[in-house]
Design a protein around this ligand. Structure first.
Ligand SMILES: Cc1cc2nc3c(=O)[nH]c(=O)nc-3n(C[C@H](O)[C@H](O)[C@H](O)COP(=O)(O)OP(=O)(O)OC[C@H]3O[C@@H](n4cnc5c(N)ncnc54)[C@H](O)[C@@H]3O)c2cc1C
Ligand code: SF4
Length: 332
């Protein structure tokens, strides 16, 4: 592990001041919240900051539900959000995405803000023994494009990076139209989650629109009747403690047996949490009959590109959408 100094700022303005200095002086510094992703990456020399700025105790950890919708403080843990009775009842897709993530120990420690910023599980990124990884070492190439790519993305990729975004929570939140509240020394701003993560393009090391020193303070989800009739379906190599091979988050507004409106997002297949508006449009106005669902789900494959080992994901993601819509549609 590269030696670093741990800063324990007394309040958020002090943390933001450290963050801003880090950008100005070009002294590598990183925030740390629950540490469940950061510590692994420090141990493996993937991240080598000189300074870690602890956010412990500085950020809101409340879960609030009101007429405008849901607000999750950035420090709320995955466990607390997943187990919240009103989230289970009114936003089941969020609770399901979290309960299908990681392990109870990790969920007790990991925070909402850290979850959205966790780094990819691409094995070439996480093992510094591989020289070629544009995300870890810009300009070094991509070992996955011609290498082992079973876990990688088929949507939103570039020749420079095909890493899948690993967050289950982000997929559920994108389906619900969530936004991220961000604070910097000069003020606050709100970013729709669908625009928060960047496509890799020719700069895969830039993963989000966060500026250096900015902190996530909360996540908001607008009130919607669709959130109640939602479901997160995760396909993975083993039944627990495993990242998604493919996942689908679905929220439906139903009129009897007819889908008035649908929101659908995919995980495990995109370089960012991947909403599929063409699938949503095709589902609207239809019913739950399998042939119609299948036709709508096929539109998710538009622009998908397999790299050999991950070709199977293109078919699997369509099946995941069909199954997730059936399950959400059957909910009262
Ligand atoms: C064994 C294991 C299995 C896992 N399985 C899954 C899984 O199946 N599905 C899944 O979705 N996730 C999974 N995860 C990932 C886990 O969800 C993340 O590690 C966790 O959510 C990160 O939260 P944290 O608070 O620990 O973040 P940290 O590790 O502290 O930080 C992560 C990143 O976020 C930044 N950061 C944290 N908070 C803020 C903030 N408020 N503002 C700005 N920057 C911030 C840090 O600088 C760092 O870059 C797994 C993790 C482990 C260790
Ligand atoms: S897919 Fe992205 S993270 Fe993985 S080796 Fe290629 S550049 Fe690195």
């Amino acid at each position: 592990m590269h030696p670093f100094t741990l800063e324990r700022p007394r309040d958020l303005p002090a943390a933001l001041a450290f963050g801003a200095q880090a950008g100005r002086n070009d002294a590598p510094a990183e925030y740390i919240a629950g540490g469940t992703d950061m510590v692994q990456l420090l141990q493996e020399y993937v991240r080598r900051p000189d300074r870690l700025i602890s956010l412990a105790g500085l950020l809101d950890n409340r879960v609030e539900i009101g007429p405008q919708g849901l607000r999750l403080g950035a420090a709320a843990t995955m466990a607390d959000v997943a187990a919240h009775p009103r989230i289970i009842e009114q936003f089941p897709v969020i609770s399901e995405a979290l309960l299908n993530s990681a392990s109870p120990q990790v969920r007790n420690q990991a925070t909402m803000g850290g979850n959205l910023l966790q780094r990819t599980r691409c094995p070439y990124f996480r093992d510094v023994g591989y020289a070629a990884c544009n995300k870890r070492a810009p300009g070094s190439g991509c070992a996955a494009v011609g290498g082992e790519n079973r876990w990688h993305a088929v949507l939103g990729t570039s020749e420079h990076c095909i890493a899948a975004n690993p967050s289950d929570l982000a997929v559920a939140l994108v389906a619900l139209g969530a936004s991220v509240e961000v604070r910097r020394a000069g003020g606050d701003r709100t970013v729709p989650l669908a625009e928060f993560h960047r496509l890799p393009g020719d700069a895969p090391h830039l993963e989000t629109v966060l500026e250096p020193g900015e902190v996530i303070t909360a996540i908001t989800v607008p009130a919607s009747p669709m959130a109640r009739r939602s479901h997160y379906l995760k396909v993975r190599d083993r039944a627990s403690f495993e990242f998604a091979v493919v996942s689908a988050a679905v929220a439906l507004d139903m009129d009897g047996g007819t889908i008035r409106q649908a929101r659908v997002a995919l995980g495990g297949v995109g370089t960012k949490p991947w909403r599929v508006p063409r699938v949503e449009a095709a589902l609207a106005g239809g019913g739950l009959d399998p042939a119609a669902l299948r036709r709508a789900a096929a539109l998710a494959a538009d622009g998908a590109q397999g790299r050999g080992h991950n070709d199977f994901k293109i078919e699997l993601m369509q099946r995941a959408i069909v199954r997730a819509v059936e399950i959400a549609g059957a909910r009262a």
